[in-house]
Design a binder for this molecule. Sequence first.
Ligand SMILES: Nc1ncnc2c1ncn2[C@@H]1O[C@H](COP(=O)(O)OP(=O)(O)OP(=O)(O)O)[C@@H](O)[C@H]1O
Ligand SMILES: [Mg+2]
Length: 451
Amino acid sequence: MPHSVLIIDDEETIRKSLGYLFAAKGFSVSAAATIAEGLKLAWAARPELVILDNRLPDGTGLQALEMIKAEQPDIMVIMLTGYANLPDAVQAMRKGAYDYLTKPVDIDALEIAAERALETQGLKKENLVLKMRHGGSHTGVIGNSREIHKILLIMGLLAENPDTTVMITGESGTGKELAARTIHSLSARKDRPFLDINCASLSEHLLESELFGHERGAYTDAKEMKKGLLEVADGGTVFLDEIAELSINLQPKLLRVIETKTFRRVGGTRDIKVDVRIMAATNKDLSNPENRKNFREDLYYRLCVMPVHMPPLRARENDVLDLARYFLSQSAAIKKNITEISEDCEGYLLAYSWPGNIRELRNVIERAVILSQGPAITPEHLPHELLEKKEHAVREERADYPSAPCSLDRLEKEHIKKTMDFSRGNQSLAARLLGISRSTLINKLKKYNLL
Ligand SMILES: Nc1ncnc2c1ncn2[C@@H]1O[C@H](COP(=O)(O)OP(=O)(O)OP(=O)(O)O)[C@@H](O)[C@H]1O
Ligand SMILES: [Mg+2]
């Protein structure tokens, strides 16, 4: 099925030129010059994408957007607007537009925006995503950003392929273990054990005996035979956390388990066959050969058949507030009648860079719940490191902003520059703070030569 687009614009040249553009890309195209006509087509043709002008003969694009979204929330809407109407565009984003572009329309920017809109829509439609949120016993993978949608899709694939080895990378606190447990609990192995072990917390010998077990008499104090995790987890999953710390002596043994599904207990001579899936995690960037000097290449590549990278929280466009509200709902807040996070508090949460990622966010919310007397969490309940950064930034902002009257373009450029500095070049965070999509931000960075 070709993709479908509806163009609602009263200027014939725009309808025609955009129509040609999308038709050339294989879209089925319909076009309307008024809201009334546009809505009729939207209901009849159910396009995936609507390109919507802001000024139409029978109303504003904002009104049309509301009507479209109320009836068919799945339709992705890209607004076109003049510079003078930028505040409208921001409103439109709040009301569910996917993106906005300024007129005259930059064709490249429109193509990028349209592609992204369809990609996002495709991901939203994916059942796997829904399954991931509601299906298993270890659900609770919260987040709606593009980044987390992609991860949920990969996790779905890995759940459907219960023999594939899984390698999960990402900074501390990004949800690696949660991802591993979720994949397990959605897979055919879900009724068998999920056993985890931290490769950094045990000595080589202890780790070996924990993993592989030992025969009676293998050590002086080995009075009984003991099964290792691999045997106990038979049919299930063994999760090796901090795999980068696995000693060089144990690496070939693990490789053998992955390749042949067999191993020997310590002190044993018999091969034991098991059916386990190996999952591993690390917060080191092992893709950099410098960081894996102590890691066998063959094992590295064997583990990384299907890598999952958990992005840091600061790179997940919209997830901070969703997660904060989720942790609030999971905490003692209900008992204390704390139901909301104040708006300025949200500002601090969004502006912070979260070096400890989701775990840090959870701790911050739990602490705030303890401190707050209700009904809301306010900035005074946040730790000072969150407040410091923002105050600093606000002060800087005031000092540098053009003080004399200037054009909107100039102001927009300065504001984008500041926001990019503040978010240390992180485009997703900057876009979130500016209340625009990342693709819009990129277009603006290009326009103002800030890339
Ligand atoms: N997407 C998410 N939705 C809800 N909770 C999450 C999400 N990601 C992580 N968490 C929670 O954040 C905390 C940290 O996650 P987890 O322990 O999985 O991180 P990790 O990457 O394994 O960290 P480390 O590298 O320090 O071991 C846990 O309480 C987990 O439940
Ligand atoms: Mg962990």
